[in-house]
Write a protein that binds this ligand. Structure first.
Ligand SMILES: Cc1cc2nc3c(=O)[nH]c(=O)nc-3n(C[C@H](O)[C@H](O)[C@H](O)COP(=O)(O)O)c2cc1C
Length: 228
């Protein structure tokens, strides 16, 4: 499908048909998700394709038995693991630095990223540094807290979710992003760490006619687009 056609065609689907989603469709969409832009290339996202029937049943219940989850052919949980920065920054240092950029990128991944993502015990000190330097010149003032680190990871994972959903649409299937779920239970089903966060559950399948809740509505464009 043509790009803008895909954007328009994607709708949040609340009821799916019985048509199976081929594995190739899912895998192509995962590949697209992994190409999403992400903060400092830290790739702290995790995609849990829930295929085990028992876990799937529990997940549907944790999604409050929403029609979109209940009738889904496939269910995907997207989470973030902020602590993955340690592994990915080491990986980038070893394999991901383009030739000629060593001087710039080695201190970035070797020193700045550990300072920003790690040393949480120094959080108040980081806040003080950012805000003191910020008096004198423009300074990125985040992330200094665990909350900021989570926010950074979640922003990037949300972009991956959109890549995934558009890639599914482009292949003739449908999705629905969900945040109507019990995060505590979803984490338990997937056996996730306490510091992990769930970003979205995404259902996948083929829409039935009543699966789309009416014409798409958006509030007036001028409320949101500002030229200054
Ligand atoms: C972060 C997020 C969470 C959402 N959670 C739910 C949900 O729990 N259940 C649901 O039916 N739709 C959910 N939606 C879908 C929105 O309701 C939908 O995107 C919006 O109404 C616009 O419709 P459209 O996607 O068809 O353009 C969610 C969407 C996003 C982006």
């Amino acid at each position: 499908m043509e790009f803008f056609e895909v954007i328009k065609e994607r709708r949040s689907i609340r009821k799916y048909s019985d048509k199976k989603v081929p594995n190739e469709v899912m895998n192509k969409a995962f590949d697209a998700a992994l190409l999403a832009p992400n903060s400092s290339n830290m790739q702290t996202w995790q995609f849990h394709w829930v295929r085990n029937e028992q876990k799937k049943t529990k997940l549907v219940a944790a999604c409050l038995n929403q029609g979109s989850a209940e009738s889904a052919q496939e269910l995907l949980v997207v989470s973030v693991r902020p602590l993955l920065w340690k592994k990915t920054s080491q990986d980038i240092l070893q394999h991901g630095i383009p030739a000629g950029l060593e001087k710039l990128m080695q201190p970035y991944y070797g020193k700045l990223i550990p300072f920003l993502y790690g040393f949480q015990i120094l959080a108040p000190f980081k806040w003080l540094i950012f805000n003191s330097v910020g008096i004198l010149r423009p300074t990125p003032r985040k992330p200094w807290s665990l909350r900021d680190r989570e926010e950074t990871c979640i922003k990037s994972a949300a972009l991956a979710c959109q890549n995934f959903m558009l890639a599914v649409t482009a292949q003739g299937f449908d999705t629905c992003p969900m945040e109507g779920f019990d995060e505590f239970r979803v984490k338990k089903i997937l056996d996730l760490k306490r510091s992990d966060r769930i970003v979205m559950v995404i259902s996948v399948g083929e829409r039935v006619d009543r699966g789309v809740w009416g014409e798409r509505y958006r509030s007036p464009r001028e409320w949101f687009i500002h030229e200054i």
